[in-house]
Write a protein that binds this ligand. Structure first.
Ligand SMILES: Cc1cc2nc3c(=O)[nH]c(=O)nc-3n(C[C@H](O)[C@H](O)[C@H](O)COP(=O)(O)OP(=O)(O)OC[C@H]3O[C@@H](n4cnc5c(N)ncnc54)[C@H](O)[C@@H]3O)c2cc1C
Ligand code: FES
Length: 262
């Protein structure tokens, strides 16, 4: 089935709320001037960080959730450098320059299928909207969230609305102790699809586990990006059909198509 993607916009969007989750994470809620109901899970936005010479490239951020009636988009952001630090300071009532929606979405399983969503750290960002869509289609949704410690395990209540949540922390402060890829749920082999986003090494390990159980696997890659629309070629990744732009051919790829070792 061919997916029809929404037209791209560059707009100054009104900030409705900037909610601090803890010292590392915040959720920026922005309002679009038009219908956003055709945005899809896995797509992302490219945000211009104002008032700095150090972060002149737009910052790519996944669509965490959408509320079509209010025309609002939620963006879950981790503060890692100057750009995200400046975004964390934005206030309700201000505006932010956003290019959206970008990239291709996850494929959505049909009713009755079983999905496992695996998110490491801020890699959970594209998975809430996916969990919501799958749940509403009648898919049995399981969600594995992982991080170094309980400070990195956020938004579990939101995920619990759409599926059964499992947790792994490296320091054992929440859920099973160990790497997310060592969690016991990954020993189960009856999933129809594993969807994953997080650090590169984690996604590769998840893809290997999926391949061992012959489960389809889609990952959302987070390569460095600039234009976000397939023009500058700075985000390419090797695939079985040659180098592809993560921003426009992805960021979601079926792991069978990737040539991760090249
Ligand atoms: C498709 C996609 C979706 C993403 N979704 C989210 C999300 O939902 N929430 C979130 O918190 N983060 C997300 N990221 C990562 C986010 O874009 C970076 O953390 C952010 O750009 C860092 O900017 P900075 O100025 O704070 O940090 P910097 O000081 O510029 O860099 C810190 C680190 O961030 C990474 N980075 C910097 N610039 C980029 C860039 N233009 N593209 C990709 N990585 C970069 C680099 O690894 C760098 O080491 C996503 C990245 C991609 C490619
Ligand atoms: S970021 Fe420019 S081509 Fe992907």
């Amino acid at each position: 089935m061919t997916t029809t993607y929404a037209k791209k916009h560059v707009n100054l969007l009104n900030i409705i709320e900037n909610k601090k989750i803890n010292t590392q994470y915040f959720i920026l809620k922005v309002q679009a001037p038009h219908d956003i109901s055709n945005l899809l899970p896995g797509q992302f936005v490219n945000i211009l960080v104002a008032d700095t010479r150090h972060a002149f490239l737009r910052r790519p951020i996944s669509i965490y959730d959408i509320h079509p009636q209010e025309r609002t988009i939620d963006l879950l952001i981790q503060v890692v450098g100057e750009g995200t630090h400046l975004l964390s300071k934005l206030k309700a009532g201000e505006q932010v320059d956003i290019l959206y929606p970008l990239g291709k979405s996850f494929s959505l399983l049909e009713s009755g299928k079983i999905a496992l969503l695996v998110g490491g750290g801020v890699g959970i960002a594209p998975l809430l909207f996916l969990a919501k869509k799958l749940y509403r289609k009648g898919v049995d949704v399981h969600i594995l969230l992982g991080g170094k410690g309980s400070n990195n395990i956020i938004e579990t209540k939101n995920f619990e609305k759409y599926g059964k949540v499992y947790i792994a922390t490296e320091d054992g402060s929440q859920g099973e102790r160990g790497l997310l890829t060592q969690h016991s749920i990954l020993r189960k082999s009856d999933f129809d699809m594993i969807y994953s986003c997080g650090p590169d090494a984690m996604m590769r390990a998840v893809a290997n586990i999926a391949a061992k159980h012959t489960i389809e696997c889609e990952v959302s890659l987070e390569n460095m990006m600039a234009c976000g629309i397939g023009s500058c070629l700075c985000c390419v990744t090797p695939t079985k059909s040659g180098h592809q732009c993560v921003c426009s051919d992805g960021p979601v790829f079926n792991t069978k198509t990737l040539e991760w070792n090249k």
